[in-house]
Design a protein around this ligand. Structure first.
Ligand code: A3P
Length: 320
């Protein structure tokens, strides 16, 4: 164990010195590692640990996403769907535990937890783009990956307000215009955003049994339908009896923005992805609406991002 950490520390120091860097929204500096932007905190070390030492099991399930695409919501939905035979809704763990503490973020978790000791099915979250997931996960024909994405304008606005809350106060402020320019140039935590989405889109076309791509807007539009689809994909379809009893609706209600934001744990509780950084759970809930970006972006900004979106998606068959 010790030597693995020492080796990673050494590689990390060597690597950081050679990587291109730019400004972050939340972190002062981002480093470009294998085409994607990472903050230089221990999460990045964890990414190396995860890439090089994580051994996938056929029963593993990964929730993957870029930032601000609906990770918190999907964590709640996946956790309650997978564990619906274990807990009843009146005393459900989600009533007292934040969604981020229900499904660990692998790159952060792996640095000080023995993931090999976790009972199956193991549920993990990751913000890594598809090519940066561990080889054993990509090569396993059995483990499942669920990716959630969201339209880039809402992602940007959500990320900007999130960063405003989490950016350390000693850092120089970053204006929405500056942040927007970085985002358009592909520089944002775990980005470039389009390449992130398209990496999973391509992988899902190649392996539809293994990778399910969900869209925030579509889930907002018909959550019941997507929870059903998700349960089937994960090999835990709802029975006719469960459907009659309204189990899907119970899950949707429990995981709704209104319900989760009404809970004390999500108002005052905190999550520690890495031990040294505590983040208030309330930061992960803002408006939960589709299209809020039109309230914050100028027509010029919208035009610029729409044009980039069109160019990036051209010929891919993907639309937001
Ligand atoms: P907004 O900032 O647009 O409100 P992530 O979980 O990936 O960080 O994404 C956060 C976004 O998802 C925020 O978007 C947040 O409000 C929204 N969100 C959080 N919980 C939600 C829920 N239960 N239902 C719908 N949206 C939710």
């Amino acid at each position: 164990e010790e030597t693995v950490h020492e080796e990673i520390n050494k590689r990390f120091e060597e690597l950081i010195a050679t990587l291109p860097s730019d400004r972050g929204f939340i972190a002062p500096t981002l480093f470009n590692y294998q085409g994607f932007w990472y903050p230089p905190i221990s999460v990045f070390k964890g990414v190396l640990l995860m890439q090089n030492h994580f051994k996938a099991r056929p029963t593993d399930i990964f929730l993957t996403s870029s930032l601000k695409s609906g990770t918190t919501w999907l964590k709640a939905i996946m956790f309650s769907t997978m564990n619906r035979f274990k807990f009843d809704f009146a005393s459900h763990p989600l009533l007292t535990t934040g969604p981020h503490d229900c499904i660990p973020h692998l790159a952060a978790y792996i640095t000080d937890h023995d993931v090999a000791a976790m009972p199956p099915p193991r549920l993990f979250a990751s913000h890594s783009a598809y090519p940066l997931l561990p080889k054993s996960v990509r090569e396993s024909s059995d483990c499942k990956i669920v990716y959630i994405c969201r339209n880039p304008k809402d992602v940007f606005v959500s990320l900007y307000f999130f960063a405003m809350k989490l950016r350390p106060p000693m850092l120089p402020p970053i204006s929405m215009e500056e942040a927007f320019d970085l985002f358009c140039r592909g520089v944002s935590e775990f980005g470039p955003y389009f390449e992130h989405v398209l990496s999973y889109w391509k992988a899902s076309l190649e392996s539809p049994q293994k990778i399910l791509l969900l869209k925030y807007e579509e889930m907002r539009n018909d959550t019941v339908k997507h929870v059903k689809q998700l349960a089937e994909f994960l090999g835990k379809p709802f029975s006719a009896e469960e459907e009659r009893e309204g189990v899907i609706e119970e899950i949707v209600k429990l995981c709704s923005f209104e319900k989760l934001t009404s809970l004390e744990v999500n108002k005052t509780g905190k999550v520690a992805f890495v031990p040294e950084i505590l983040i208030g759970n309330d930061n992960f809930f803002r408006k939960g609406q589709v299209g809020d970006s039109t309230n914050h972006l100028t027509p010029e900004m919208i035009e610029r991002l729409d044009k980039i979106t069109e160019e990036k998606l051209k010929g891919t068959g993907f639309t937001f």
